[in-house]
Design a protein around this ligand. Structure first.
Ligand SMILES: *Cc1c(COP(=O)(O)O)cnc(C)c1O
Length: 428
C-alpha cells in the first residue's frame, strides 16, 4: 500500500509527463496491473482504455511475456551493442524485416520513439549528404503531426498543437503543408494534396524527406485521413527525389486495422519508425528501418558509417520481450481482435454523436475518438471516468481510447457506455 507520505513526495519532487511543479495534477497511485485492468492503491480496479499510450496490446502481465522476460534476465539483461551482438536482437530484426514492407531490410534499434525519429531524420540527411547533395537537409511534414519530444522530432511536430511552441526559436525551420482534410473513407479530391505538391515543386532542392504519420495522426489531433493522400504523397516523393519517412510509432503492429498503416494505401516508405507497442508495452524499445539502397548509400558517404549509437542500443531484455510480443501478435489473431474492437467502438460510441457537446465521433481499428466542441478539463472529466471504473486520459477536445487488443466484449461495452455517460454528464 502506498502511503500519503509517498504521494506527497511524488508531488513535491517528481515530474510526470507535461506536469507542473507548483500545481501538480492529481495522481492515482497504482498497486498493480493485470490483463486490461489497472488496480489502484485504493483497491478500485479500472478498465484500461489507453493501453498505456498505445503500447500494451496484449494486456498487462501476460504470462508468456513475463516468461520471456524472466528467461532473458537470467541469461543477460544488457550488454553493449558496439562490437557485440546477440540472439534476441538478431531474431527481433529478422522478424521486423519479414513483417514490414518488403523494401525495408536494414534495422536500427533505438531506445525510444523520439530517438527512432531522430535516427530517421539523420538517415535521410546522411543519404543525400553521401551523394554530394548537402543542401537537401530540410524536412517537409504535415500539420497536426506528432513525432516526439526531442529537438529533431519537435521540429516536425505541429507548430501549434505539437506542444513545443516555446522552443520555436531554437528549432530548425522546416516546411509544413496543411493537414489532410479528407477523412479515411471520404471521397478523394486532388485538392487535398495541392499544397504539399506546390511546396515540393518550389523547394524540393532543399528537402531531404517528407515525414508523416500514415493514416492516423495521433497525439496531434487523433485524425484519420484518406489512403489516397498517402498514395499521392508517395508518387510526389519519387518524382522530386525526396524520401518518405513513415512514423508508425503509434499505428504499427495492428492498431489501425492493418499490421502497418501504410498498408491501407499499399505504399512502401523509404524509412519506417516503430516503437510503442513493439515490446507489448513492457519496456522502452524502438526501431528505424530502411532499404538496402539507402543503407548502402549512407555507408559509402564520407563518414563511412551511420552516425548514431545509443548506450542501450539493442538491449537484450527489451529485444527478447519484443520477440515474444511479435509471436503473440500472430498466434492470438490480432486481426480479428482489432476488427472486433472496431465494431464494439463504432456501436458503443455512436450514441455520443447526438450529444450537444460532441463535435464528432470516429473510429478506426482499435482506436475510438470522441471530439468535443470545446476543450475539456482533464482533471474533472477524469474523475467522472474513475467513478465509472475507467482509465481514460483525454487531452484538449479529444476523448479517445485505444484498448489492448485482448479486451473482451463485456469490458469494451463497459468502457464505451461509461465514456458516453461521462461525456453526457460533463459540463464545461
Ligand atoms: C509516441 C510517439 C512518438 C514518440 O515516442 P516516445 O517513445 O514517446 O519518444 C513519436 N511518434 C509518434 C507518432 C508517436 O505516437
Amino acid at each position: 500500500m502506498i502511503t500519503s507520505e509517498q504521494v506527497s513526495f511524488d508531488q513535491q519532487h517528481i515530474w510526470h509527463p507535461y506536469s507542473s511543479m507548483i500545481n501538480p495534477p492529481p495522481m492515482y497511485p497504482v498497486e498493480s496491473t493485470s490483463g486490461v485492468r489497472i488496480k489502484l492503491s485504493s483497491g478500485q480496479e479500472l478498465i484500461d482504455g489507453m493501453a498505456s499510450w498505445w503500447s500494451v496490446i496484449h494486456g498487462y502481465g501476460h504470462p508468456e511475456l513475463n516468461k520471456a522476460a524472466h528467461e532473458q534476465i537470467d541469461k543477460m539483461s544488457h550488454v553493449m551493442f558496439g562490437g557485440l551482438t546477440h540472439e534476441p536482437a538478431i531474431e527481433l530484426c529478422r522478424k521486423l524485416v519479414k513483417l514490414t514492407p518488403s523494401n525495408l531490410d536494414k534495422v536500427f534499434l533505438a531506445d525510444s520513439g523520439s530517438v527512432a525519429v531522430e535516427v530517421a531524420i539523420k538517415m535521410a540527411i546522411q543519404y543525400f549528404h553521401a551523394q554530394s547533395m548537402p543542401e537537401k537537409c530540410k524536412l517537409l511534414t504535415i500539420k497536426n503531426g506528432y513525432h516526439g519530444d526531442t529537438f529533431g522530432a519537435m521540429s516536425v511536430c505541429d507548430p501549434v498543437t505539437g506542444m513545443h511552441e516555446i522552443f520555436t526559436s531554437l528549432l530548425p525551420k522546416h516546411h509544413f503543408a496543411p493537414a489532410p482534410q479528407i477523412g479515411f473513407s471520404e471521397t478523394w479530391d486532388e485538392k487535398d494534396i495541392a499544397d504539399l505538391k506546390s511546396i515540393l515543386e518550389t523547394n524540393h532542392q532543399n528537402i531531404a524527406a517528407l515525414i508523416l504519420e500514415p493514416i492516423v495522426q495521433g497525439a496531434g489531433g487523433m485524425r484519420f485521413y484518406s489512403p489516397q493522400y498517402l498514395v499521392k504523397a508517395r508518387k510526389l516523393c519519387d518524382q522530386y527525389n525526396v524520401l518518405l519517412i513513415a512514423d508508425e510509432i503509434a499505428t504499427g503492429f495492428g492498431r489501425s486495422g492493418k499490421l502497418f498503416a501504410c498498408e491501407h494505401a499499399q505504399i512502401q516508405p523509404d524509412i519506417l519508425c516503430l516503437g510503442k507497442a513493439i515490446t507489448g508495452g513492457y519496456m522502452s524499445l524502438a526501431a528505424t528501418l530502411t532499404s538496402t539502397k539507402i543503407g548502402e548509400t549512407i555507408s559509402k558517404g564520407g563518414a563511412g558509417c551511420f552516425m548514431h549509437g545509443p548506450t542501450f542500443m539493442g538491449n537484450p531484455l527489451a529485444c527478447a520481450i519484443a520477440n515474444k510480443s511479435l509471436e503473440l501478435l500472430e498466434s492470438t489473431d490480432w486481426y480479428n481482435n482489432v476488427q472486433r474492437i472496431e465494431k464494439g467502438l463504432v456501436s458503443g460510441l455512436s450514441e455520443a454523436e447526438s450529444l450537444a457537446s460532441v463535435a464528432n465521433v470516429r473510429c478506426l481499428g482499435a482506436i475510438g475518438v470522441i471530439e468535443m466542441k470545446e476543450a475539456v478539463n482533464t482533471t474533472e472529466i477524469q474523475k467522472l471516468f474513475i467513478e465509472r471504473g475507467l482509465w481514460i486520459r483525454p487531452f484538449g477536445k479529444l476523448i479517445y481510447v485505444m484498448p489492448p487488443y485482448v479486451m473482451n466484449d463485456e469490458d469494451l461495452s463497459t468502457l464505451t457506455t461509461g465514456m458516453v455517460d461521462a461525456v453526457a454528464c460533463y459540463n464545461y
